[in-house]
Design a protein around this ligand. Sequence first.
Ligand SMILES: Nc1ncnc2c1ncn2[C@@H]1O[C@H](COP(=O)(O)OP(=O)(O)O)[C@@H](O)[C@H]1O
Ligand SMILES: [Mg+2]
Length: 352
Amino acid sequence: MSASISLKKATKVFDGAVRAVDAVDIRIEAGEFFSLLGPSGCGKTTTLRLIAGFETPSSGQILLGERDITGVPAHKRDMGMVFQNYALFPHRSVNQNVAFGLRMRGMDKAEIARKVAWALELVSLGGYGDRRPDQLSGGQQQRVALARAIVVEPTVLLCDEPLGALDKKLRQQMQFELKELQRNLGLTTVFVTHDQEEAMAMSDRLAVMNDGKVEQIGTPAEIYNTPESRFVADFIGDANVMTCRPSPGSEGWELEDGTPIPPISGGKGACVVALRPERVDVRPAAGLSNGVHGVIESVNYLGGATLYRVRLEGSAHRLLAQAANATGTPPMTVGTAVALSWAQTDLVLLKE
Ligand SMILES: Nc1ncnc2c1ncn2[C@@H]1O[C@H](COP(=O)(O)OP(=O)(O)O)[C@@H](O)[C@H]1O
Ligand SMILES: [Mg+2]
């Protein structure tokens, strides 16, 4: 049975000074794949350890379903955990590694063998039971760690950067596998990562954390399309974050240095907006009078698209613009004069 998890004003202060987790309010629904995303040191691991019971909150509460588990020790919380470094027993077989949690519970041998086989089958390692961890690849070792976590049929699965040590291709494959496994088991999963693409790809919802606090919670699309703060806009994908104001003495709008820009709907007075590069139309300026003009300063070929950095005319401001690549049409080159335009609805007004 999977269960929801609630953090209520959960706070962890280390050594009386470091507020690693600062009044965090999160509710993770039963069966949800939920990620904690943020830069190194923002408090992801500490938040996960509070949920697991490896740390006691300095203040606040942790609930499993509607039950307050704040004071319940880790081994009585019925949660499975997977770490980046696998943490397998090196001298024991795969079977013994996976069986560990079941032995601790005093289950009989036949039942243990049956469950271990089931878990190894789930992670596509049927037949590997007699090997030792050092006879397996990194990806296989992480699958053993995953099997060890799910074999006890936990109510919650906690993962701390579990795919961090894998190379890109394998990592992507494991993302698919983990997600599929999670969905099939309906397992409430809290997944820690500093990799925004990974969090976007895997999560039903995610919390973006910064400096011990939650900046924003939402679905990947909500977080990407409507970031609420400069931090979220910058951390997730690429963003043009612009400080704008109405031009003094005219109907128009401008950037801080006076560069004219299209008007901003809903903006009253000075404001900060975010604009995604792929929402910026970029084309050769030749013959165009509309739009914001500039010169391409650098070109990043991304395969399916090209990302341009454009320095605005008569200004030190630079905007990112991304255009899909069409077969047979090469990307524009550095030095090309371009006109940029966007729809007013693509500007996201930030709180800060
Ligand atoms: N046991 C500890 N003692 C003191 N400070 C700690 C301890 N664990 C974590 N911290 C500090 O708390 C902050 C958050 O750490 P952590 O939760 O590990 O962040 P993340 O997982 O996001 O990288 C960091 O400043 C870290 O140095
Ligand atoms: Mg960490």
